[in-house]
Each structure stands twice: as structure tokens, then as C-alpha cells.
Design a protein around this ligand. Structure first.
Ligand SMILES: Cc1cc2nc3c(=O)[nH]c(=O)nc-3n(C[C@H](O)[C@H](O)[C@H](O)COP(=O)(O)OP(=O)(O)OC[C@H]3O[C@@H](n4cnc5c(N)ncnc54)[C@H](O)[C@@H]3O)c2cc1C
Length: 373
């Protein structure tokens, strides 16, 4: 069975932006018009910076426009695992920054639904891990409750929620254009050096570059391969299911499976990557029969939905392989990269890219404290 990418969020028209067809110059060029790149662009615009943004595809063509729509506080690792590597102070500081980002999202994003989220244990061993997470979060003063309800047993995080990820980035891109940013779609960065990008055969000359491509970072910069690796994540969505009510986004089996019910009753479900991890590494971003079948089994036997599957899709993300934090680095003078959000970049990607923009504007690395060594 061959599936084509059919993303449930793609439910409205998008007027294509022009592609780059001449040489240009600017103060800062941002590569990648996903949530991360667009947050950097907005930060730069607020400081009156002349900014260009480019994307190889369309706005939200990558994971930002095709993800699960979960808004979860913290980095990809559960808080107690982040503490084990970074210590209480740094891990809690990162967590707090994602809570601040949620508050900001609440104030600016009309389609954000602050429902809370749950982490449900798949067995006693995972429940013990939930308890360990609970104790560490309580000790660090972070909001968490025990959960025992229709979804199962585990933890409840009151600040979390969900949004429509593609609508969000499209809205941000339109606002950036209105505020004076020059954004180009179908414009691929072929070669990037400090101060210059070759894209579509034309040159972008700039003082600073921010590369916010997450799932393409190790291909653009092979020297980053020991730190970030591209992998595929897959999802499916159903027709509205009138027999099921899922009150908030669910993380199940350590987050390897996840689902939420959308306002129209459809269920969007992802996961099962770990069952086929070897075949999921790499930059092929199409859905596969094996992972789709595994997700469908979760839909039928764990979520207990019999609604027909209407959408199947996949996209590439970067996994950080040597740290619980994403990769944020100035890899050459005035050439910054960020990525490796390990599958949870809606908040963290936005924060990292925004902080890089602040570091550029203020000529200080202070905004990046805790995110990089
Ligand atoms: C199926 C799936 C489910 C997920 N679920 C969640 C979730 O529920 N919650 C969550 O927080 N995170 C989730 N994620 C992860 C999240 O989507 C990503 O971490 C996040 O979107 C990264 O955003 P970004 O802007 O950094 O990268 P992207 O959105 O991937 O954007 C990068 C952009 O760069 C462009 N690009 C790449 N190479 C070039 C080049 N050479 N030149 C120009 N442009 C280029 C791409 O076209 C793309 O548009 C999920 C991801 C997937 C795939």
C-alpha cells in the first residue's frame, strides 16, 4: 500500500508567496519558514531589523505544518529525565521558559485550546516512572496532578493544550509580510556560508543567518551529524467519532504514541516510530504501510475508535542524539543553527529561534542561557 501525504490541517487556501529570482541583501536571513524560523522573524521585526526568510517549500511545509498540534511544556524528555542530565536548576529554568511561551501563545493564538494534557502509563513500570516524574516536578514547583480517568492512569499537566499548527504558521507568515519581512517560498538554500546564501541560483547577502530547518540540519551541515539526526514521524486522522470523547491531548507509552481529539470530533494520532526505528531514520518524509498499520492498531485497540481513517501523513524532524536539549549553536561567525527538538518543537523550536534572534539584536548570548553550554 502506498500512501501520499494528506495532512488534516491543510483545510484552507494559502496564496503562494513569490520565490527568489534575483540577488538580494538584508541584515538577517532566516532559512526555514516553520514555527521556529517565523518566531525568529517576528522577534527581529520587533527590533526593526531588515529580515528575509526563505523556505524550500511553502510556509509550514515541514513539521511545523504537519505535526500533532500538541503544546506541551518542557523539552522532549520528561522533566525528571531532563533533571538527571541538567540538574534541577537548569531543567526547571527550561521548563519555566516553555510555560512562559504557553502564556504568550494563549495571548496571541486564537486556535490555542488550553485543555491540559495527560501522560498515560501503558503498564506498571511506566506508572512507576510517572510517579518518579510527579515527585521531581512537585519538588521543583511545577504544576502536575495525578490522573485517574477515562484515558487511564498517569499524570495531568494543566498548562498544556493543543492548536492548529498549520493555521498558526500561516497566520504568522502573513503578519510578518505585513510588518515588512521579505518571505520567499520555493527557495532552497543550496550553500550557506557566513554572510552569504546561495538559493535558487541567486545570492542572499546578509550580516547574520539563522538556519531553522530542524529536520534537514544534518544534510545541510554534515558536521552536525554527531549531534542531530533526521527521522520521520507519522500520523493519521479519522472522520469525526461521535462515540468517543477525549478531553485533552494524550501521551501514551512514554510518548511513543500520542493522540488528541479535534474540535470537530476527529482523532489525530501519531507514533509507533520506535517499532520501526531503523526504517524511520533519514529524510524520506512519506507515510509507510508498516507504521500506518501500527498506528491504526493503536487507534482501534487502545483509543477504541472505529472511525474511518481519512488522512495519513509524515514529516521529517531532527532528533538530538547527545543531549536532552535541542541544538543551538553559532557554527561559524554570525551563522546560527537551531534544531533537534526530538519531536516536540512547537514551543521549544519557537523559543530557541526567538532567543537566537534576541542574541543577535542585543549582541549577547545571555538570552540563550540554559539552552547551550
Ligand atoms: C508527525 C509529527 C508530529 C509532531 N507532533 C508534535 C507535537 O504534537 N507537538 C510538538 O511540539 N512537536 C511535534 N512535532 C515536532 C514539531 O513539528 C517540530 O519540532 C517543529 O515543527 C519544528 O519546527 P521548525 O520550524 O524548526 O522546523 P520545520 O517546521 O520542519 O520547518 C523547517 C522548514 O525548513 C525548510 N527547509 C529545509 N531545508 C531547507 C533549505 N535547504 N532551504 C530552505 N528551506 C529549507 C522546510 O521546507 C521547512 O518548511 C511533530 C512532528 C511531526 C513530523
Amino acid at each position: 500500500m502506498v500512501y501520499l501525504n494528506d495532512v488534516i490541517w491543510n483545510d484552507s487556501a494559502w496564496p503562494a508567496l513569490e520565490s527568489l529570482n534575483h540577488n538580494v541583501s538584508c541584515d538577517v536571513c532566516v532559512v526555514g519558514l516553520g514555527g521556529s524560523g517565523l518566531h525568529a522573524i517576528h522577534e527581529l521585526l520587533q527590533h526593526g531589523v531588515d529580515v528575509i526568510g526563505i523556505d524550500a517549500g511553502m510556509v509550514g511545509a515541514g513539521a511545523a505544518g504537519s505535526n500533532g498540534g500538541f503544546i506541551l511544556a518542557g523539552v522532549a524528555s520528561f522533566h525528571h529525565d531532563a533533571v538527571a542530565q541538567l540538574g534541577h536548576h537548569a531543567a526547571t529554568a527550561l521548563y519555566q521558559q516553555t510555560l512562559d511561551a504557553i502564556a504568550q501563545l494563549k495571548a496571541t493564538e486564537p486556535q490555542f485550546r488550553q485543555t491540559g494534557s495527560v501522560r498515560i502509563a501503558c503498564d506498571d513500570k511506566e506508572y512507576a516512572d510517572c510517579m518518579a516524574q510527579y515527585r521531581v516536578m512537585q519538588a521543583d514547583g511545577l504544576a502536575v496532578d495525578l490522573y485517574d480517568g477515562p484515558a487511564g492512569r498517569g499524570l495531568y499537566f494543566p498548562h498544556d493544550g493543543g492548536f492548529q499548527p498549520l493555521a498558526r504558521v500561516r497566520r504568522m507568515a502573513s503578519a510578518a509580510v505585513r510588518a515588512g519581512a521579505r518571505l520567499y517560498e520555493r527557495t532552497t538554500a543550496q550553500h550557506i556560508t557566513g554572510g552569504q546564501i546561495l538559493a535558487n541560483g541567486h545570492t542572499i547577502t546578509c550580516k547574520y543567518i539563522i538556519v531553522a530547518v530542524d529536520g534537514n540540519l544534518d544534510r545541510l551541515f554534515p558536521q552536525l551529524a554527531p549531534h542531530v539526526r533526521t527521522t520521520r514521524l507519522q500520523m493519521l486522522a479519522t472522520a469525526p467519532d461521535p462515540h468517543i470523547t477525549i478531553a485533552q491531548p494524550v501521551y501514551y507509552r512514554y510518548g511513543y504514541d500520542y493522540w488528541q481529539q479535534l474540535p470537530n470530533g476527529s482523532i489525530a494520532l501519531g507514533g509507533s516510530r520506535d517499532r520501526y526505528a531503523d526504517q524511520e531514520w533519514g529524510d524520506n518524509a512519506g507515510p509507510t504501510a508498516t507504521v500506518q498499520a501500527a498506528m491504526e492498531a493503536t487507534l482501534r485497540t487502545v483509543v477504541n475508535s472505529s472511525a474511518p481513517v481519512t488522512h495519513r501523513w509524515a514529516a521529517s524532524v531532527g532528533y538530538r542524539i547527545d543531549d536532552v536539549r535541542p541544538l543551538v549553536q553559532e557554527i561559524a561567525p554570525r551563522l546560527w543553527v537551531c534544531g533537534g527538538y526530538s519531536g516536540t518543537g512547537n514551543l521549544v523550536g519557537a523559543i530557541c529561534a526567538q532567543r537566537i534572534a534576541q542574541a543577535i539584536v542585543h549582541q549577547s548570548r545571555a538570552p540563550l542561557r540554559y539552552w547551550m553550554d
